[in-house]
Write a protein that binds this ligand. Structure first.
Ligand SMILES: Cc1cc2nc3c(=O)[nH]c(=O)nc-3n(C[C@H](O)[C@H](O)[C@H](O)COP(=O)(O)OP(=O)(O)OC[C@H]3O[C@@H](n4cnc5c(N)ncnc54)[C@H](O)[C@@H]3O)c2cc1C
Length: 477
């Protein structure tokens, strides 16, 4: 998030002075790193939780359409960076991997059929294919179809131009570009400890490196600290932070690198979440391509933790409790027993249990071919709710102060895929006057050609932009 905002700002005004502060010894070692997330370019092609049933039995695709349009903004920006030579070749960070949904059981088959009817009628999803034909499915996903019960009703959808993205590579390349620019400083092994608003409206940011503290004076601060953003927002003592809490969930994957299996799977195949399980638990069997190496990932398996970062402290959660968020936090605890039960059952799982879940997808999977890998932390947002006292959100939320001097990003999904759209939203709120200038408007349109137009409303523009981005990023089948 921070490197994206940094590059956008430096492109808009190369004279800006920017300091980027990172507590670890390298860029993108938390949630953005390759194996710390699933690398799915979330475009709502395969994630069943981005559509929902209407009361009349039809399918509501509004959220899916919005996420699809937001991902298209990331693709435009990455295409711009590639064309400008600011990023390496596309194959160093993004690959075409078909996106599929796959379900079993009569109820789920009916649901997928209705979903496909609603989605394929929309221009953004017109290429979505649907099948109940086992031979077709065998072609699309042989590992999943081998040795499967013949009597079980099955259905699948597929979009060819889905993506697997190495978000860590994108962040590291953007940082490398920024480090070569004037008036840009990257401080690694440096932690933001405190923030104080001064009388003149600027911020005193206290940072610590090797045990010694110093201050950075800033007109604008972006807290792009992932799970660490909430504690920093609380330290800034801005009224916009009131009522927010965080609910950390850790993630694990089963990973297989055995070439003879890896070569037989080429798709991201998302299933339906078990009843009562939260949206981030949707199981999927994915092709991953990280630093040129192919693997298959299955998961996620969730775990309970009190850390807000993978390298965080067990005191992160208790230390985030404040007078202004205790009510929402307690309400969420009380009203989300399903989630608590789900997390307990996940934590209790053995390797064999996890492989049994995998075998629902890949019936011939052998325990010995799969290893457990630890993903990043997701800190789900807890916020005030008038009716229940507090609610748990599974999305991403950008918080900005009234005067636009501080912004923070909370939450985890659709996360890295929609970063560019989210950061443009922050520019619109915090750099409103500069963004209105002719220079910034022109540059924005150069970086994101659809800027200023709604890709949700203007689907002709969406399709013509897509043709260009798929081509530039080598994503055509
Ligand atoms: C299991 C899992 C699966 C996911 N799958 C996907 C997916 O398939 N597709 C997708 O688009 N998104 C996915 N996401 C979400 C995505 O990974 C995140 O939304 C995104 O990486 C967040 O980026 P960020 O820059 O905000 O945070 P991070 O990448 O976590 O970066 C924050 C940085 O801030 C640093 N930091 C924290 N506190 C401080 C401090 N006080 N001082 C200095 N530095 C600090 C951290 O060390 C870290 O480097 C997934 C997330 C998880 C956990």
């Amino acid at each position: 998030m921070s490197t994206t905002l940094g590059v956008l700002l430096k492109q808009l005004d190369p004279t800006l002075t920017i300091t980027m502060v990172e507590r670890l010894d390298g860029i993108a070692k938390e949630s953005t790193d390759g194996w710390n997330n699933a690398g799915t370019g979330h475009a709502a092609y395969c994630e069943l939780n981005y559509t929902s049933p209407n009361d009349d039995g039809s399918v509501n695709i509004d959220k899916a359409v919005n996420i699809n349009a937001a991902f298209e903004i990331s693709l435009q920006f990455w295409s711009y960076l590639v064309k400008q030579g600011l990023m390496p070749a596309p194959q160093d960070f993004i690959h075409r991997v078909p996106h599929q949904s796959f379900v079993w059981g009569e109820r789920n088959v009916d649901m997928l059929k209705a979903r496909h009817a609603a989605m394929s009628a929309h221009p953004a999803f017109k290429e979505m294919q649907y099948t109940e034909d086992r031979e077709k499915m065998r072609e699309w996903m042989p590992l999943i179809m081998n040795n499967r019960d013949d009597s079980e009703p099955l259905a699948a959808t597929r979009i060819e131009h889905g993506t697997d993205v190495n978000f860590g590579a994108i962040a590291r390349n953007m940082s490398k570009h920024l480090e070569g620019l004037e008036n840009f400083t990257l401080s690694l092994n440096t932690e933001v400890k405190a923030l104080k608003k001064k009388a003149d409206g600027r911020w005193d940011v206290t940072i610590e490196q090797n045990g010694s503290r110093s201050k950075v004076d800033a007109k604008f601060v972006f807290l792009g600290a992932g799970g660490g953003a909430l504690p920093l927002l609380q330290k800034a003592e801005v009224k916009e932070s009131h009522g927010f809490g965080g609910f950390p969930v850790s993630g694990q994957w089963l990973v297989c690198e055995k070439p003879e299996l890896v070569e037989q799977h080429f798709a991201k195949v998302y299933g339906a979440a078990p009843i009562g399980a939260p949206p981030m638990s949707v199981p999927h069997l994915d092709t991953r391509i990280i630093d040129g190496k192919k693997a298959i990932l299955f998961g996620p398996f969730a775990g309970f933790t009190t850390k807000f970062l993978k390298t965080g402290s067990l005191f992160d959660l208790p230390k985030s409790v404040r007078f202004n968020n205790i009510k929402p936090m307690l309400s969420v605890g009380k009203n989300n027993m399903d989630l608590t039960r789900y997390l307990i059952s996940e934590v209790m799982q053995s390797h064999k249990d996890r492989c049994n879940s995998l075998r629902q997808f890949f019936p011939d999977a052998q325990d010995k071919d799969w290893e457990l890998a630890y993903a990043g932390q997701r800190v789900q947002i807890i916020k005030k709710d008038e009716n229940t006292g507090g609610k748990l959100e599974f999305g991403t939320e950008a918080i900005t102060t009234e005067d636009g001097s501080l912004a923070a990003l909370l939450g985890a999904s659709p996360g890295a895929s929609t970063t560019v759209n989210t950061m443009i939203g922050i520019l619109e709120r915090c750099f409103h006057d500069s963004l209105a200038s002719d220079e910034w408007q022109t540059k924005m349109k150069e970086m994101v050609p659809s800027y200023g137009e709604s890709l949700v409303e203007n689907t002709d523009l969406l399709l013509s932009i897509r043709e260009h981005t798929l081509d530039t990023l080598n994503l055509n089948p």
